[in-house]
Design a binder for this molecule. Structure first.
Ligand SMILES: Cc1cc2nc3c(=O)[nH]c(=O)nc-3n(C[C@H](O)[C@H](O)[C@H](O)COP(=O)(O)O)c2cc1C
Length: 219
């Protein structure tokens, strides 16, 4: 196996964490309920402020809602490509940036047609800041992503709900005092899994002061 190949299924937590990158293209194959349930269960194991577990994970399967989401995803793409001045990617461009851009465009075109869609909602607790509210839902999102990866599934975080929130709220019956955190698309990857690409640790971690990069002191 080449060093760049990642096992499709692995119980090794390090490999799972290191290769749970966003997957935006899916095979046209259903996700069995027991596989999805493991992801939802892992999400429900996440920490939250005061162990309040102020979350609801909504699995969206209604064709009408999927259509609403598809339209929202397409609107997101229109806004994004103008805002970020995204270039049109040539069909045959094969560099990593072009591949990601093409996958993003396709993802937003398919939208609600992804094999599974899961909406993560949070009920803000009294007196909490937005940071604390996010902190009580995104660990659940991450647990879901890791459980998905561990089973060979792929998923992507999206903010598409921003373009269809009133319709989602009305159709699902989301109470007024709840917020939508994110909408995940989930499915079996059409390509493979890939190791994540991140900046070097010493630019992210420091010791004592902002300007003292993390170092192991090893030669
Ligand atoms: C808060 C948040 C919002 C995101 N929104 C989107 C999104 O709308 N569409 C999308 O395709 N990816 C979205 N992502 C995924 C990021 O683009 C992705 O995690 C990041 O580029 C790193 O890529 P990797 O996970 O493949 O390593 C979002 C991630 C986060 C944490």
């Amino acid at each position: 196996m080449s060093p760049h190949e990642v096992p499709r299924v692995s119980d090794d937590l390090w490999t799972v964490m290191n290769s749970a990158s966003a997957v935006r293209r899916y095979r046209d194959e259903p996700v069995p309920d027991d596989v999805l349930e493991k992801c939802l269960l892992a999400a429900s194991w996440a920490p939250s402020g005061g162990n309040g577990q102020p979350w609801k994970f909504v699995v969206i399967r209604s064709p009408e809602l999927r259509e609403v989401i598809t339209e929202a995803a397409r609107q997101t793409w229109e806004v994004m490509k103008d805002f970020y001045r995204l270039p049109t990617v040539a069909e045959d461009a094969d560099d990593p940036k072009s591949r990601v851009l093409r996958a993003m465009a396709e993802h937003m075109h398919v939208g609600g047609g992804a094999p599974e869609l899961v909406l993560f909602c949070v009920q803000p607790q009294r007196g909490t800041t937005e940071m604390q509210q996010a902190g009580s839902i995104f660990p659940a999102v991450q647990n879901f992503l890791l459980a998905a990866r561990a089973q060979g599934l792929g998923a992507a975080i999206t903010l598409w709900h921003g373009h269809c929130e009133p319709e989602l709220r009305a159709a699902i019956g989301i109470p007024d005092d709840w917020k939508i955190a994110t909408l995940l698309t989930v499915g079996w990857p059409a390509g493979g899994h890939h190791f994540v690409s991140r900046r070097p640790l010493p630019t992210a971690a420091v010791i004592d002061t902002w300007e003292t990069p993390w170092s192991t002191n090893e030669a």
